[in-house]
Design a protein around this ligand. Structure first.
Ligand SMILES: [Zn+2]
Length: 469
């Protein structure tokens, strides 16, 4: 008898333990069905102020997937009909009592920092590698709380671009990323430590083109100073109207979205004049150190369809209570028809990536109706970051970015804290929570609007008390 030839070596045989898929209940490899008690599609309902909810008390509802894509959403009998012969080989995940909804979207993250460390850690010669590793940690943290898409609005060394590509090619698991690379700012301006410093029109052209060359999706610039950079004044614009117009025009010419950090009214107005797509903060802080909402400017923002994140982090409602002078006007903007999205600046000091859901609750607390908060975190957020029709809703043709939560978020956003499944591009992500780093008890005073504004108002008071010197 001829001796048996051993099997030819395969790629797998070079591993001591052949790699297997992990504990995923939905692997993204083929057809799958996920069932639950109700589905929030991430879209508006027919009645004003409501969300589209699918439920079938008799048969239940579900989502049918084919690999990374959603093929059907609705009552189970319909899905079973549609699955037909594939029904036998479906992966099946039943989550009785749960709500299925689109994965959450953070439209304003800083991935290279942790939110609990100092904002610009000194890593010396290891800076690029350490910031990259921080960003890997950040995407794990974000995915573990149910965030399946993220817009990065500022990352040194373009670590967000590299990370986006590594996620897309399967090297790493994480939310779908939209990357901005470093923020464009003025020399010594807001976030200059992390940004690309420019002065004048030629510098601006060069910076926007360089960002394009390095693969960004969004060009972010600092239209005003900010609270976290000492001596950059949030109520003053940093760029002239002509400079902002050039940043936005050059960004659009290259096919990218533009985003501006803007606190003060002057900077907001110039960014709107320039044709900006996305505004971060919009706190309308004035030179007197108070939020002075400008309804006419809000109307222009609404009319232009600009997306706005008011950066309502978990701490903001308490901060407004202590110091009502600084009150980002999320409610007033929304009332005038502005498209508010859930961007929380996660990663900056005191804003951990995992605090995103607490930020959604804060957005409700400052006056945004709950249904609007859910839209702001799903379909509208997707549109704001250039992913309309790709993610942010549960509907046929969309990519399968889905979370399941234990109860009904329309009864209370706290439901979003109890995840039962996170599915990114059709494949389950098994939450891998990172251990929380301790918060800093004695934060950098320059990072606290209340302290910055108190110092500013004190200087105004002194000038007023001594007018004739
Ligand atoms: Zn930011």
């Amino acid at each position: 008898m001829p001796s048996q030839t051993p099997p030819a070596p395969s790629e797998d045989s070079t591993w001591v333990t052949p790699p297997r898929r992990g504990a995923e209940r939905v692997t993204g490899a083929g057809p799958a069905i996920i069932t639950a008690e109700r589905i929030l599609t991430g879209r508006r309902g027919d009645a004003a102020g409501t969300l589209e909810v699918l439920a079938d008390p008799v048969h239940g509802v579900g989502v049918l997937l084919d690999g990374p894509r959603i093929t059907a959403v609705g009552p189970l009998p319909e899905l079973q009909d549609q699955a037909g012969a594939a029904l036998e080989r479906l992966e099946r995940l039943d989550l009785p009592g749960a709500t299925l909804m689109p994965g959450l979207i953070e439209t304003h993250a800083h991935l290279a920092t942790s939110g609990t460390d100092i904002e610009y850690p000194e890593y010396g010669v290891h800076e690029v590698a350490r910031l990259t590793l921080n960003a890997v940690r950040a995407i794990r943290e974000l995915a573990s709380v149910g965030i399946t898409s993220v817009q990065s609005l500022g990352a040194r060394h373009y670590v967000d671009v590299a990370l986006r590509d590594a996620i897309d090619d399967g090297s790493l698991r994480g939310p779908r990323l939209r990357a901005s690379g470093p923020q464009i700012t003025t020399t010594g301006g807001h976030s200059w430590h992390a940004g690309a410093e420019v002065d004048g029109l030629d510098d601006i052209r060069r910076a926007v083109r360089d960002h394009h060359k390095r693969g960004v999706d969004t060009v972010k610039f600092m239209a005003t100073g900010g609270f976290t950079t000492a001596a950059s004044l949030p109520w003053n614009a940093q760029f002239t109207a002509e400079e902002m117009a050039l940043i936005v025009a050059e960004t659009h010419r290259l096919g990218h979205l533009s985003a501006a950090h803007a606190h003060g009214t002057q900077g907001i107005e110039r960014a709107v004049d320039a044709g900006i797509d996305y505004l971060a903060h919009a706190s309308f802080i004035s030179a007197s150190g108070r939020t002075e909402f400008d309804p006419a400017l809000a109307d222009r923002i609404a009319e232009a369809g600009i997306y706005v994140d008011c950066t309502i982090t978990a701490d903001v409602p308490g901060m407004i209570e202590r110091n009502p002078d600084f009150a980002p006007p999320a409610r007033q903007l929304w009332e005038r028809g502005v498209r508010i999205v859930a961007g929380h600046d996660t990663g900056i000091p005191q804003v951990a990536h995992r605090s995103y859901v607490a930020g959604l609750q804060a957005l409700e607390e400052v006056g945004l109706p709950r249904a609007e908060v859910i839209l702001a975190a799903t379909s509208r957020a997707a549109a704001a970051i250039g992913l309309a029709g790709i993610t942010g809703a549960l509907a046929p043709g969309y990519e399968a970015d889905i979370i399941a939560v234990a109860s009904d978020p329309t009864e209370g956003l706290g439901a979003l804290h109890t995840l039962r499944a996170v599915i990114m591009r059709g494949r389950e992500f098994v939450p891998d929570p990172v251990q929380g780093l301790p918060r800093i008890d004695d934060p950098d005073p320059a990072a606290d609007p209340a302290i910055v504004l108190a110092a500013h108002r004190d200087s105004i008071r002194r000038i007023n008390e001594h007018p004739n010197v």
